[in-house]
Design a protein around this ligand. Structure first.
Ligand code: FAD
Length: 424
C-alpha cells in the first residue's frame, strides 16, 4: 500500500497562499486552502499588476527618512500617518527608523535582490504549469520625471541600478513620446526598464490560480482561522466552532498574519501599509506598459480592464476606513500625466488594500523555530505579487526538507528574536 499523501493547510488565499497551495500540490501534498473571504480578495485583488523587480532597496533608508517629513506635510503626498492610528504605529515606526542603519539596508537589499532576481522565472514555471503563461507579459516599465532640472537624479539612479545588474536606460522626452505617445508633452525624461514584466489582470490571475488548485483536487474552506497549534505529530487549525487537522500548515495571511503567529507564541512587527487604487475602465489611451512617476510617487498600469492608478504608503492599521481624498489625488496625478484621462465621463472604481510590511522590508519565509510543522510566508510589502511564486517555492522547499534554491536566512522569523515570547 502506498503511504497516504501528506496533508497541508494553507491559511490565506491571496496570491502568496494560492501560489503556495499549488506548489504544495506539485510536491504531492493534499492541500486545504482556508480564507474567510473568497480567494484573491485581500491585497492581491487591487494591485497594479507590475512585477517590480527593480525595487531592490528597502523602504527604510537614510534617503527615505530625509524626505519623509516633506512627504508627510504635503496633504497630497505619498506618505501618511493617520492620527487615529498613530499611537499604535509608533513602536513599529521606531523599528522602521532603526532599519535605516547602513548595515541593515545592505542586508535587506541583498534579501530583496535575491528574491527579485528569481521572481520572473518562478512565475513562468508556475504559469506554464497551469497553462496560463499568457498572463505574464514582458511589457517594459518607464519611471518618468516631469522636471528637466531633475535629469541628474534620473541619471544617478540609472547608474546605481545598473551597478546592481538591473538593466535600464535613460530616455529623453522624444524617445518617451515614441514609446508611449499618451505621455507626450508632460514627461521630460525617464528611465526605461526593457526587461520588466507585468501581469494582465491581478484578480483574474488569482482566479486562474484558484481554478487550477481546485482542478487538481484542492479543497477550499471559506472560514476565518482563529488560532493554530502544533505538536510533534500534527497541526490543529481552529476555525469558528471546529478544528481541522493537517500534517503541516503554512500561514500566508498577508497583513493579518501577526495575530495568527501570536497564537503560536511568536511576535512579529508586521504592519498594514495601506495603499489605494483608482481603476479607470474602458479607456483607450494606448498605454502599453506600467508608468511610475518619480516625483508624484504613484504608478499607472495598463490592465485588460482599463488603466489602474495606485499609490500611497499609509500606516493606518487594519480597521480604519479609507481616506477619501486619496482617490482625488490619484485622479489628479493620472490626469496630469495622461491628458486623455481628464475626460469627466470616465467610469472609475475605488479600492484600498493592506500591504503586509515588516520594518526591514523583507518577508518572513520560514519554519516555526520550535514547531517545524508550522511554516510562514507573508510580509512581501509592495512586492507581494512580484515575489509570490518564488516565496511559494521557497516555503514549500522548507516544508519538504528540500535544499532550497535560494538562501532562506534573510527571511527567518527569528531575526525579530528580541520580540519572541517563550512558547508555552
Ligand atoms: C495599491 C496597491 C498596489 C500594489 N501594487 C503591486 C504591484 O504592482 N506589484 C506587486 O508586486 N505588489 C503590489 N502590491 C502589493 C501586493 O498586492 C501584496 O504584497 C500582495 O497582494 C500580498 O499578498 P498576500 O497573499 O500576502 O496577502 P493578501 O492578498 O492580503 O491575502 C491574505 C489573505 O489572508 C486572508 N486572511 C487573513 N486573516 C485570515 C484569517 N484569520 N483566517 C482566514 N483567512 C485570513 C485574507 O482574507 C486574505 O485573502 C500592491 C499593493 C497595494 C495595496
Amino acid at each position: 500500500m502506498p503511504a497516504p499523501a501528506k496533508t497541508v493547510a494553507v491559511i490565506g488565499a491571496g496570491v502568496v497562499g494560492l501560489c503556495t497551495a499549488l506548489q504544495a500540490q506539485r510536491k504531492g501534498y493534499r492541500v486545504t486552502l482556508i480564507d474567510r473571504e473568497a480567494p484573491g480578495r485581500g491585497a492581491s485583488f487591487g494591485n497594479a499588476g507590475y512585477l517590480a523587480t527593480e525595487l531592490i532597496d528597502p523602504l527604510s533608508s537614510a534617503k527615505t527618512l530625509r524626505g519623509a517629513l516633506a512627504m508627510l506635510l504635503d496633504p497630497h503626498g505619498p506618505l501618511a500617518l493617520p492620527l487615529g492610528y498613530l499611537h499604535r504605529s509608533l513602536p513599529w515606526l521606531a523599528r522602521f527608523v532603526a532599519a535605516a542603519r547602513p548595515a541593515q539596508v545592505a542586508r535587506s537589499r541583498e534579501g530583496l535582490r535575491q528574491l527579485n532576481r528569481a521572481a520572473i522565472g518562478a512565475w513562468q514555471r508556475c504559469l506554464n504549469d497551469i497553462g496560463a503563461s499568457e498572463q505574464l507579459c514582458q511589457s517594459g516599465y518607464l519611471l518618468v520625471w516631469e522636471s528637466p532640472e531633475r535629469l541628474a537624479e534620473a541619471r544617478a539612479h540609472g547608474r546605481y541600478l545598473r551597478q546592481w545588474n538591473v538593466p535600464c536606460e535613460l530616455l529623453d522626452a522624444a524617445r518617451v513620446a515614441q514609446l508611449e505617445p499618451a505621455l507626450a508633452g508632460t514627461v521630460s525624461h525617464a528611465l526605461y526598464f526593457p526587461e520588466a514584466c507585468r501581469v494582465r489582470e491581478p484578480y483574474q490571475l488569482c482566479r486562474l490560480l484558484f481554478a487550477a488548485f481546485e482542478a487538481r483536487g484542492g479543497r477550499f474552506v471559506q472560514q476565518a482561522v482563529e488560532s493554530l497549534a502544533a505538536d510533534t505529530r500534527q497541526v490543529e487549525v481552529s476555525l469558528v466552532g471546529r478544528t481541522l487537522s493537517a500534517d503541516k500548515a503554512v500561514i500566508c495571511a498577508g497583513a493579518w498574519s501577526k495575530r495568527l503567529l501570536r497564537s503560536t507564541g511568536i511576535e512579529v512587527p508586521l504592519e498594514a501599509e495601506r495603499g489605494y487604487h483608482l481603476s479607470l475602465q474602458g479607456v483607450a489611451t494606448g498605454l502599453t506598459r506600467p508608468i511610475g512617476s518619480a516625483e508624484r510617487r504613484f504608478v499607472i498600469s495598463p490592465l485588460d480592464s482599463g488603466l489602474r492608478a495606485v499609490g500611497f504608503t499609509e500606516f493606518g492599521g487594519l480597521t480604519l476606513k479609507p481616506i477619501r481624498r486619496r482617490f482625488k489625488t490619484l485622479r489628479r496625478h493620472s490626469q496630469a500625466l495622461i491628458s486623455a484621462l481628464a475626460e469627466p465621463s470616465l467610469q472609475t472604481s475605488e479600492w484600498m488594500g493592506h500591504r503586509p510590511t515588516l520594518p526591514d522590508s523583507l518577508p518572513v519565509i520560514d519554519r516555526h523555530p520550535q514547531l517545524p510543522r508550522l511554516l510562514f510566508a507573508f510580509g512581501n510589502q509592495h512586492l507581494g505579487l512580484t515575489q509570490a511564486a518564488i516565496s511559494a517555492e521557497l516555503v514549500v522547499d522548507l516544508m519538504n526538507d528540500e535544499a532550497p534554491a535560494l538562501d532562506p536566512r534573510p527571511y527567518r522569523v527569528e531575526r525579530f528574536r528580541d520580540a519572541h515570547r517563550p512558547h508555552g
